[in-house]
Design a protein around this ligand. Structure first.
Ligand code: PXP
Length: 247
């Protein structure tokens, strides 16, 4: 079974549209867990555009499933993460002007900077994950830096136009999955996944967990968080079943 970690950032985005106190991403996390989410993810961005420090603290205290904090490597954020000590931290690239995380972290280029950060977070008790593009050199560098997990950027597949480009993106991910496990890393995936495109991706097999946010929160606005999470879990589980019966 592939696990589903639900990213609740955009519940906070709706709250911040009015700078009020609703909807509460902490409540959304509870709802997602009650519907069977296998984990909860949030991104404490440097500009605090959605999740804020209060949310991070309350999520840490209330979430029962593995809590995954996405974060940049800015010293202020690393300090907060080491103090909060969520069970998982995922290091991502972050730029102010972007709408959402674009592409993966360049672990090859940043390796000297990353090594002490990975150590600091590990010493704080966090399992560390690198959000990277599915490229052999990025995977090897992630293993070298001491990450336990890689989360492969699935945006290349999600944004691919037409079946040929989608297939090429899926093949790149399949190679990335294999390379990741060969390096002793746990392999996860995320970004841009929706109710329409998740099944083909899940059918690749090999992902331990998928991390999905925007599409689930969007559906939750219409049908409620519990139903939105249940539907996504059903789709992922049915893709598993296709793989199993195909052998
Ligand atoms: N994984 C990572 C590392 C991300 O930064 C994001 C976006 O915050 C996601 C997964 C979820 O992407 P989406 O909101 O497109 O499902």
């Amino acid at each position: 079974m592939i696990r589903l970690s639900v990213n609740i950032d955009h519940v906070a985005t709706i709250r911040q549209a009015r700078r009020t106190d609703e909807p509460d991403p902490v409540w959304a996390a509870v709802e997602a867990e009650l519907a069977g989410a296998d984990g909860i993810t949030f991104h404490l961005r440097e500009d605090r555009r959605h999740i804020n420090d209060r949310d991070a603290e309350l999520l840490r205290r209330t979430v029962q499933s593995p809590l995954n904090m996405e974060m940049s490597i800015a010293p202020e954020i690393v300090k907060i993460a080491a103090k909060l000590a969520p069970p998982i931290v995922t290091l991502v690239p972050e730029r102010r002007e972007e709408l959402t995380t674009e592409g993966g972290l360049d672990v090859v280029k940043l390796r000297a900077k990353l090594k002490p950060i990975v150590k600091k977070l590990r010493d704080a008790g966090c399992a560390t994950s690198a959000f990277i593009e599915p490229r052999a050199e990025q995977i090897a560098a992630s293993a070298e830096c001491g990450f336990a997990t890689v989360e492969l950027w699935t945006g290349g597949y999600a944004h691919a136009k037409g079946p040929a480009k989608q297939l090429a993106a899926l093949q790149a991910l399949a190679q990335g999955i294999e390379a990741g496990w060969q390096h002793g890393l746990t392999v996860r995936g995320g970004h841009g996944l929706t109710y329409r495109n998740v099944r083909d991706l899940a059918s690749l097999g090999g992902f331990e967990e998928l991390n999905i946010g925007h599409s689930i929160v969007s559906r939750a606005v219409i049908v409620g968080m519990r139903e939105a999470v249940r539907e996504m879990k059903r789709l992922i589980d049915s893709a598993d079943a296709v793989m199993d019966s195909d052998g």
